[in-house]
Design a protein around this ligand. Structure first.
Ligand SMILES: [Zn+2]
Length: 459
């Protein structure tokens, strides 16, 4: 690698210390309270000679942006954004954690705490990266922007979405690339190591399903009450196997994991995308229910009833009852298409008394792998783990990337992290005992610097 960008031992150490400090700031969303984390980063940023912008619609929940401009003579391309969010998901039960979720406790090579993986770890990594580029006076070929945003876990309204809609100039107006979360970590499977790099995300269709029926006293229950209709419809939806929607994005993801497993595995992987035999085949070849659910989620829409609004009191039936449905869209799908699928699932009898309203929607996003940045990411991962397999992946959730896509940016999930065997990314992400292997984090920061060195010096 370009030696001048290799982080020193002290720099690696101070990056992992920054992870701890960020984890010790409770920024569970709701309510968020990202301000203290922003102030900590602003203090570090000023020490590095940046003039951070702190902006947002809620003064207690701002976003922080630092820009490292390229020299005029070297600026040949549109900006690169290194994005992180500073809020985290809540902690269900701290008693289930081995070390406190806001302790930042380090023991036996791990830092413990909510946000180490999602994604204060990358906040520290990306901030260190832009600081090292500045400290070393590295001749970058484009502006590099560090964005630490609020409110990702609750839908991005105060964070990346607000920035994109209100202050795009802080994001370089037309950034070319964004490096973001959910990719770059090690997945161990059958003795092999894979590195998914996220290039696609499912879309969102947050729906409200409302049932209408005869209101009345619940001591004399009418058979067609709104609540009875709603429950029956919600039950059908939660049991439904929605249609298969194979996409090129899902095919590349599945083929990538099958590639080193031999010809039979590759053939089977190809057949999974077949609408007729795919669903049955998946049940037969993937026995682990979590892995099967993860594969299904990228091949179909999902619709999960979550929040019910029914009667105010125990003894009366309202004329209307509703439930919110968290719908996620496979590539090529829309909220309207999902509603038609759900109407089919609940059948014509119930559909007569049921209506759907779209509360929020965002289309699926996908980005080409035929780019300079993707090639550099792939090369850096292969160089740092020659036996690893790099796989362009699609995730069932969404990240800030779907907002940046609106500015025309190509976004990849790349938070490089070497995870030891037995440490499963999916279990850590939003899970109990979220923790970060320090050596794997230092490996990741060095990998990121190597990649940035190559990418930012290219013609
Ligand atoms: Zn996240």
């Amino acid at each position: 690698m370009r030696n001048e960008l290799r982080p020193s031992h002290a720099e690696l150490r101070s990056a992992s210390e920054l992870v701890k400090s960020l984890v010790q700031i409770n920024s569970v969303n709701p309510p968020g309270n990202e301000l203290a984390a922003v102030e900590l980063l602003a203090w570090h940023a000023s020490n590095e000679g940046f003039t951070p912008a702190i902006e947002g619609p809620d003064p207690n929940r701002p976003n922080l942006i630092c820009r490292l401009p390229a020299e005029e003579a070297n600026r040949r391309h549109r900006p690169l954004i290194l994005n992180c969010h500073l809020d985290t998901v809540p902690v269900d039960d701290p008693d289930r954690w081995q070390h406190g979720p806001f302790s930042g406790h380090e023991e036996n090579g791990y830092i413990w705490g909510r946000g180490t993986i999602d994604m204060k770890g990358f906040a520290a990594m990306a901030f260190t990266a832009i600081s090292l580029l500045k400290r070393r006076h590295f001749p970058i070929n484009r502006d590099v922007i560090f964005a630490a945003v609020a409110d990702e876990e609750a839908g991005t309204k105060l964070g990346s979405r607000w920035l994109v809609e209100n202050r795009p100039e802080l994001l370089g107006s037309k950034p070319e690339y964004v490096i973001n979360e959910v990719g770059g970590f090690t997945v161990h499977r059958n003795g092999k190591r894979f590195y998914p790099v996220q290039v696609a995300e499912k879309g969102i269709a947050w729906l409200r399903m409302t049932a209408e029926g005869t209101p009345g006293h619940s001591s004399l229950p009418p058979t067609d009450s709104s609540v009875a209709t709603l429950i029956e419809a919600a039950h059908r939806i939660s049991r439904a196997q929605l249609p298969w929607h194979p996409s090129p994005e899902a095919a590349v993801h599945i083929a990538g994991f099958a590639a080193p497993e031999g010809e039979i595995a590759q053939k089977l992987a190809g057949l999974l995308g077949n609408r007729l035999i795919g669903p049955g085949l998946l049940r037969r070849v993937v026995k682990d229910p979590n892995r099967r659910a993860a594969t299904e989620a990228i091949l179909r829409n999902t619709a999960t009833p979550t929040r019910f609004q029914t009667a105010e009191v125990i003894n009366a039936l309202p004329a209307k009852a509703s439930v919110d449905i968290d719908g996620r869209l496979a590539p090529g799908q829309s909220a309207e298409m999902l509603i038609r699928e759900l109407q089919k699932v609940i059948g014509p009898r119930l559909t007569r008394n049921i209506s759907f309203e779209i509360k929020e929607k965002s289309p699926p996003t996908s980005f080409s792998t035929d780019t300079e940045l993707y090639r550099k990411i792939e090369a850096a991962l292969k160089d740092r783990d020659p036996d690893g397999h790099v796989v362009p992946s699609i995730i069932p959730g969404f990240t800030d990337s779907h907002n940046y896509a609106r500015l025309g940016a190509t976004c990849y999930g790349f938070y490089p992290l070497q995870l030891p065997e037995g440490l499963d990314f999916a279990a850590l992400f939003h899970g109990d005992n979220e923790r970060l292997p320090v050596a794997g984090f230092h490996w990741g920061l060095t990998t990121l610097m190597q990649m940035l060195g190559d990418f930012l010096s290219a013609e």
